[in-house]
Design a binder for this molecule. Structure first.
Ligand code: GDP
Length: 367
C-alpha cells in the first residue's frame, strides 16, 4: 500500500472517491451450526427479489447479488430461482470485457469510458473478476480507491469481484450477476479483470467485446502480454498516449498492428483494431466508442453476436456441470478421508498416483 501511494494519487487520504476494502476471505466450507442460530433478518423470497430487480431497485439488486455470491446452500437456492426468473428479461445489453496488467490504467479508463457511455442516459454495471483474491487472499482490483466519478453516478452500479472459491466459481457468480443487472435495466456491462492469468478466458466467455488495455514503454511491447490474451482481444487500446509518451504509444500501436496481421482471422470476421488514447487526459475516448459501435453493428449484421451468446450459454452449462460434479466429489467427507490416505500413500511412494486416484474414484462410484 505504502509504495503505491505515490503512484496512485487516489490513495491520498484527502481523496473522496469510492474505497473498496480488501475484504475478508470466506471460509472453505459453511459452518453447519450457523443456520441453527435465529436470523436477524428473514431472507427475502425469490419473487420479492425479482420484483425489486425488475423495478431497477439498486438495494434489491445488491441483495440478490450477495445471495449469488454466498456459499450457503439456502442462499444458493434462492439465488438460482431469482436468476431463472430474471433470465427472460436479460440479454439486452452490451457486455464488454476490459483487461490489462495492474497499472495499465483500467480504473482510470473505466471511470472515463463509463461517463462517456452514460452521457446519453442508460445504465452501466461494472463487475470484476479478480483471481488474486483466491490465492493471496488479497485483491489486485479492490485494494485501492477506484472509479471516483463513476462511483457517485446514479446510473452506475459498481460491484467488486466475488471473493474466494475457484476461478470457475468466481466467474460463474459474475456471469449470474450479469443476468440480474440486465434484468434491472443495465444496458451496459463492463467486466474487468487483471491481465495476468487465466481469468481472461472466463471473461471472454461472458462478454461480447473484449478490450485489452496496454501501455507503451514497458520494455519490449509484445513480451509483456500473453499471446493467448492478444488473440482474444477485439481491440487493443494503448493508454497514456499523452505528453512525452505520445511517440512511444504510436510506435507500440504500429508494432501491435503488424503483430495482429500474423494472427489467424477471428471467428467473427472482425479485424481487431489498435488505438491510442489517454484515460487520464480524456483523449481519444470517442474514437474508441465509435469503434465499439462499429463492432456491434458488424456482428449483429453477420449473425455472430447471437451465435456467440448461444455458444457462451452452452459453455456455461458445461462449466456449471463440471463445477457441481467436482463439488459433489470433494465435499464428500468419506472422499475427503480417502483422499488424505491416498495422498499419504503417494507421498511415501507406496502407490502410484494413478493407482491411488483409481482407488478413490472406485470408492466414489461404488456409493
Ligand atoms: P489499474 O491498476 O490498471 O486499474 O490502473 P490505474 O487506473 O489505477 O492507473 C495506474 C496509474 O496510471 C495511476 O497512477 C494513474 O493515474 C496512471 N494513469 C492512468 N491512466 C493514465 C493516462 O492516460 N495517462 C497517464 N499519464 N497516466 C495514467
Amino acid at each position: 500500500m505504502t509504495d503505491t501511494h505515490h503512484e496512485h494519487p487516489e490513495n491520498d487520504p484527502a481523496y473522496t472517491g469510492l474505497t473498496v476494502n480488501s475484504g475478508v476471505a470466506q471460509p472453505p466450507s459453511v459452518n453447519p451450526y450457523l443456520s441453527l442460530r435465529p436470523r436477524r433478518k428473514p431472507l427475502p423470497t425469490a419473487s420479492e427479489l425479482v420484483d425489486g430487480i425488475l423495478k431497477g431497485d439498486v438495494t434489491t439488486l445488491s441483495r440478490a447479488v450477495t445471495l449469488v455470491e454466498s456459499l450457503s446452500p439456502a442462499h444458493y437456492a434462492i439465488a438460482q430461482e431469482v436468476i431463472e426468473k430474471c433470465l427472460p428479461y436479460s440479454g439486452n445489453s452490451r457486455r464488454i470485457g476490459i483487461t490489462g496488467v495492474p497499472g495499465a490504467g483500467k480504473s482510470t479508463s473505466i471511470d472515463v469510458f463509463g461517463l462517456h457511455v452514460l452521457r446519453d442516459g442508460g445504465k452501466l454495471a461494472v463487475l470484476a473478476i479478480d483471481p488474486s483474491s483466491e490465492k493471496t487472499k488479497g485483491s489486485i482490483l479492490g485494494d485501492k480507491t477506484r472509479m471516483e466519478k463513476l462511483s457517485t453516478h446514479p446510473g452506475a452500479f459498481i460491484r467488486p469481484s466475488p471473493s474466494a472459491g475457484s476461478l470457475g466459481g468466481v466467474a460463474r457468480k459474475t456471469r449470474e450477476t450479469i443476468v440480474l443487472c440486465e434484468a434491472a435495466g443495465y444496458n451496459n456491462i463492463f467486466v474487468e479483470t487483471v491481465g495476468v492469468g487465466q481469468s481472461e478466458t472466463a471473461v471472454h466467455s461472458m462478454v461480447d467485446f473484449f478490450l485489452l488495455i496496454q501501455i507503451a514503454g514497458a520494455g519490449d511491447e509484445l513480451q509483456g502480454i500473453k499471446r493467448g490474451i492478444m488473440e482474444m482481444a477485439d481491440a487493443i487500446i494503448i493508454n497514456k498516449a499523452d505528453g512525452d509518451n505520445v511517440g512511444p504509444a504510436q510506435l507500440a500501436q504500429a508494432q501491435y498492428r503488424s503483430a495482429l496481421h500474423l494472427f489467424p482471422p477471428t471467428a467473427s470476421g472482425w479485424k481487431p483494431e489498435v488505438l491510442t488514447y489517454s484515460g487520464y487526459y480524456e483523449l481519444g475516448i470517442p474514437e474508441i466508442w465509435e469503434m465499439i459501435d462499429r463492432y456491434f453493428a458488424f456482428v449483429k449484421a453477420n449473425g455472430y453476436f447471437d451465435a456467440k451468446r448461444r455458444e457462451q450459454a452452452r459453455w456455461w452449462m458445461y462449466e456449471t456441470i463440471d463445477e457441481q460434479l467436482k463439488k459433489h466429489f470433494y465435499d464428500n467427507p468419506e472422499i475427503e478421508r480417502a483422499l488424505a490416505d491416498a495422498e499419504a500413500d503417494v507421498h511415501a511412494n507406496r502407490r502410484s498416483s494413478f493407482a491411488a486416484a483409481a482407488a478413490v474414484l472406485d470408492k466414489y462410484f461404488a456409493k
